[in-house]
Design a protein around this ligand. Structure first.
Ligand SMILES: C[S@@+](CC[C@H](N)C(=O)[O-])C[C@H]1O[C@@H](n2cnc3c(N)ncnc32)[C@H](O)[C@@H]1O
Length: 382
């Protein structure tokens, strides 16, 4: 089967590396998605293990369509009876870019009609109507340059929903982005488990929790469910097998040095609570602290953070000042690597140092820069 994994722009290579580590060697990027072949067992594994992919889609067809009739026929020709049942709850999710078929709601209606017609023709339902009271299936169709790609979403809720984050505080990072950012840095607990990791603006705790999960090899999808498990077409036991594999891969006896702090007491208690839910609380040292006072006895370390954004003009002034003071603090740790995700324009000017590397990401519809500062590497790593 052909599988598609949508990824946040900028995380394609990182997600490819994660796929490679899981044994999927070929996954070319295709219009914001990585494409690979796989079975239902692979679908279960990808949902359980992938850290930065947004969801796992099963691609059912691609066909050209410029009119509603062509769209209807293309949809009717898909063997829906192999995937859906007479009571499937079908949700349509479409988008169109640079294409003649622009009216997405109307296109979704046409496509759904074709699916129902096909099911009525192929399933022995007699006079019964489609109740849509059964398992949910999100049918995706994206029209790009008049070519329609039809998918069903095996994940259901996006893969960023690991299940540990239940309380909101400030502007939390999406878990998939947080883990992708961590994977793009020099934080490598498999090589040096005691290398400190710090997030001095931790908010609800996403970065330190994702760092701990990575270090302990805790699969992000271990404690949640996925839409495909309720589908009748899926062989029994595939998710259980993937979760067994995940449990076998966990490494709990690590002496990690993960530090999470925030100036706000409520943020720290929320972060602690989330860490507890993720099963990593005992691996993270939490404290209420102003990031401008951040210090460490350790010579080397990795700091990954996303400070306040300062979206409103009045806040921006304050964030600039904060970044300038935090920049001075950081320079007292010349051997640490720092990675800052921020939407603050001219960040480097306020931080007081040119970044060694910059990358752009979109976070909650805000264009952000991810600024990397490399300290002197330890002698054994030169
Ligand atoms: C954008 S949020 C971080 C969100 C976090 N990454 C998450 O996923 O939840 C910025 C955080 O910086 C904190 N903050 C603001 N000023 C601070 C300071 N001087 N020192 C430490 N934390 C500060 C805020 O309380 C807020 O929690």
């Amino acid at each position: 089967m052909k599988l598609l994994v949508p990824v946040t722009a900028g995380l394609e290579q990182i997600t490819k590396r994660q796929l490679f580590a899981l044994g999927y060697e070929k996954a070319p990027a295709d219009n914001g998605r990585l494409a690979l072949d796989g079975t239902w067992q692979d679908i279960a594994r990808l949902n359980v293990f992938l850290r930065s992919g947004e969801r796992v889609l099963l691609c059912l067809a691609t066909f050209p369509a410029k009119t509603f009739d062509e769209l209807y026929d293309g949809f009717y020709n898909i063997p829906w009876e192999n995937y859906l049942t007479a009571d499937s709850k079908i949700l349509m999710d479409g988008k169109s870019v640079q294409s003649t078929l622009g009216a997405i709601k109307a296109s979704g209606g046409v496509a759904k009609k074709a699916i129902i017609r096909r099911l009525a023709d192929k399933l022995p339902i007699g006079k019964k109507t489609f109740s849509e009271t059964g398992a949910r299936t999100i049918v995706g169709f994206s029209v790009f340059k008049d070519e329609v790609t039809v998918t069903i979403d095996t994940s259901g809720a996006g893969l960023h929903k690991r299940g540990y984050r239940s309380l909101a505080y400030s502007a939390p990072l999406k878990e998939t982005l947080a883990s992708g950012l961590i994977d793009s840095t020099f934080y490598n607990p498999d090589r040096d488990e005691e290398k400190p990791f710090a997030d001095p603006f931790c908010g609800s705790g996403t970065l330190p929790i994702e760092a701990a999960m990575k270090a302990l090899h805790i699969a992000p999808g271990l404690h949640r469910d996925f839409d495909f498990t309720a589908w009748k077409c899926v062989p029994k036991g595939v998710l259980e097998l993937a979760k067994e594999e995940a449990k076998d891969k966990e490494i709990r006896n690590r002496s990690l040095q993960i530090f999470a702090s925030d100036i706000n007491e409520k943020a720290v208690s929320i972060a602690k609570y989330h860490a507890q839910r993720a099963g990593v609380e005992k691996y993270i040292r939490f404290s209420v602290q102003d990031a401008r006072k951040f210090h460490s006895e350790q010579k080397y370390g990795v700091l990954i953070s996303n400070p306040p954004y300062g979206e409103r003009l009045s806040d921006e002034q304050e964030v600039r000042k904060l970044m300038s003071e935090f920049g001075k603090t950081f320079r007292s740790l010349p051997d640490w690597n720092a990675y800052i995700l921020t939407s603050l324009r001219d960040f480097e000017r306020y931080f007081g140092k040119r970044a060694d590397k910059k990358k752009k990401f979109s976070n909650a519809n805000l264009e952000c820069g991810f600024y990397s500062y490399f300290g002197t590497p330890p002698k054994n790593q030169l």
